[in-house]
Design a protein around this ligand. Structure first.
Ligand SMILES: [Fe+2]
Length: 314
């Protein structure tokens, strides 16, 4: 495989990848190694330029380069609605069987306003096409998925860009005083709301962030086997710094978020059809800019199995 890797123009991180043949990946250990090393070097943000629609098996093969394929989010969290309407009480195994009976791959999540089987336009709530704030996918569970992949099938004429924000750069440039304040501390990552700000099914609004249901993770993490250290903030809504009075927690989080999402740490991706963007949730946060609901947008999403968050000594 003749893989070409180019830095993304105008961004301090990220790379465009040309020449990958996804169906050949399972048998090409060298190519897989090149891609994994590129991911580390470019802060976990790779844009694959395929210029065509991938088959499900091809996207799963590309996903497998970066880790073990994980079931789609609704299946593994139990939060909110999975892909099987009205069947929320089914076990993961039962949901997988049901999805496969319907001809739906259990690793794929469909995002957008196109029916995955008929290809027809479907109505979605306006909120679903609004702003999705900066976040790390599923950071509210103990072992959040490591890599996420998005494959563009249909894109709007404008809008719907995905933003990426290097938390490696954010950690590297932390002001000394801020670094001192977060030393040894953890943030609780709230599970109440989805990325578009909707209350998840079965959840209620907590009285304060201290009462929110979620998982504590170290604020500063490191990637074992690499030189990377990264901030790990999750999402701002209902975030809480462990053991601090609420006011102090809010002030520290505000300062951290203002630093972590500075323009110079970000790359805004304008989609073309037939791309796959892979990102490492340990190294970047992402956001989605709004889409006009009269437009059509349809993406396939996969992810890899997560791992424990390793604290970095500040
Ligand atoms: Fe996301």
């Amino acid at each position: 495989m003749d893989i070409e890797i180019q830095r993304i123009d105008g961004a301090l991180f990220g790379a465009r990848i040309f020449g990958v043949e996804p169906s050949a990946l399972p048998d090409d250990a060298t190519a897989a190694d090149v891609l994994r090393r590129a991911a580390i070097e470019h802060h976990g943000t790779l844009v694959f330029e395929f210029g065509r629609m991938l088959e499900v098996g091809e996207l799963n093969a590309l996903t497998r380069v970066f880790g073990e394929n994980e079931f789609a989010p609704g299946l593994i969290t139990g939060y909110g609605k999975g892909k099987v309407d009205g069947e929320e009480d089914l076990t993961i195994e039962e949901q997988v069987v049901r999805l496969e009976q319907q001809g739906i791959d259990p690793y794929l999540l469909f995002l957008g306003n196109v029916h995955p089987r008929t290809g027809e336009r479907i109505e979605i709530t306006e909120k679903f096409f609004g702003d999705w704030e900066w976040h790390t996918d599923m950071s509210y569970i103990p072992n959040p998925p490591t890599f996420t992949l998005l494959h563009s099938r249909q894109i709007p004429t404008e809008g719907g860009d995905t933003g990426f924000c290097s938390q490696v750069l954010a950690a590297r440039t932390l002001p000394t005083e801020l670094r001192r304040q977060l030393e040894g501390r953890r943030i609780k990552h709230d599970s109440t709301y989805s990325s578009n700000g909707s209350l998840r099914v079965g959840m209620t609004e907590p009285a304060t962030p201290i009462d929110a249901i979620g998982t504590y993770h170290p604020i500063l993490r490191r990637l074992p086997g690499t030189e990377h250290e990264a901030l790990f903030l999750g999402r701002r809504t209902n975030g809480y710094v462990e053991d601090l009075p609420l006011e102090e927690s809010e002030a520290l989080l505000d300062a951290l978020w203002a630093h972590a999402t500075k323009d110079e740490f970000t790359y805004r991706h304008e989609w073309r059809c037939g791309q796959v963007v892979v990102w490492d949730n340990r190294l970047v946060m992402h956001c989605r800019y709004p889409v006009d609901p009269s437009e059509t947008r349809f993406m396939w999403r996969t992810q890899t199995v997560g791992e424990e968050v390793v604290a970095s000594s500040a």
